[in-house]
Design a protein around this ligand. Structure first.
Ligand code: SF4
Ligand code: SF4
Length: 247
């Protein structure tokens, strides 16, 4: 039985989950949710959220702050003054499970970072390695932030699927890093970010005759996004020829 089976899901309470644009599109399209229902930007001054995995984004409303695009947290229903991923479905604590039992409410649509946990690639990118997971990842003495109830064993995991998950998560986060590089050359407001993403990802599938030689992610940059929240004007996203050449 997987350690997750009976667990209160300390991981989904403890960690800030970085998402890629692909994760956002999957959840929006699959569950009919809006970006503003589940995505937030977390300040990440020391890089502890990005962890060399997720990119940092800058926005014109707070130009000096680096942010990681992440899943929202809500207050726990049963453990006041603690938080949990807004998609975690909590069960009430009982005698047998004093920390309750909890499940991912969007299991088939969950982000890449959740799919790969608790594995990472080995240095040769051939093996899935189980992380050394601490007993607790948040400071303090709050039991609900305890992590896995027992150490993971290789036999807890399928021999194929974790590697596939790692490959896809890495690929999509690499693509998202290119998007961040593009965005950060000319950061706009947080309010137009979802429209920007939607336009970029809508251009990811092309007909063969439309394919330009050596097409890069800069070719996917939308020309404009309408800022309908703060400013009714059109916000230009087109990048200059000079920027295009240096991409
Ligand atoms: S999306 Fe699901 S698996 Fe990921 S943190 Fe939220 S509840 Fe946990
Ligand atoms: S804390 Fe560990 S055992 Fe519990 S749900 Fe998360 S990964 Fe599974």
């Amino acid at each position: 039985m997987s350690p997750c089976e009976d667990c209160h899901a300390g991981c989904c309470r403890s960690f800030t989950v970085p998402v890629s644009g692909a994760d956002i599109m999957r959840i929006e399209n699959g569950l009919g949710l809006s970006f503003w229902d589940f995505v937030c930007r977390w300040e990440d001054p020391d890089g502890r959220i990005a962890l060399n995995y997720a990119p940092h984004f800058f926005f014109e409303d707070e130009p000096e702050t680096q942010f990681v695009i992440s899943l929202m947290h809500h207050e726990s229903e049963y453990f006041k003054e603690t938080t949990r991923c807004r998609f975690l479905t909590e069960g009430a604590p009982d005698e047998e499970h004093p920390l309750g039992q909890a499940r991912c409410g969007i299991y088939n649509y969950r982000p890449g970072a959740c799919r790969v946990f608790p594995t990472k690639f080995d240095p040769a990118n051939e093996l899935a390695v189980i992380h050394d997971i601490p007993d607790r990842s948040r400071d303090g003495d709050v039991g609900v932030y305890d992590l896995c109830p027992r150490p993971w064993e290789p036999s807890d995991l399928d021999p194929v699927q974790p590697l596939h998950n790692l490959v896809v998560a890495r690929y999509e986060m690499q693509f998202f890093r290119s998007i961040a590089e593009l965005w950060n050359r000319n950061p706009r407001s947080w309010s137009v970010f979802p429209d920007f993403l939607r336009l970029v990802y809508a251009r990811r599938v092309v007909r063969e005759e439309e394919l330009k030689p050596q097409q890069t992610v800069t070719e996917l940059a939308p020309a404009e996004v309408v800022d309908d929240r703060e400013n009714p004007s059109v916000v230009p996203f087109a990048i200059s020829e000079e920027q295009r050449r240096s991409a």
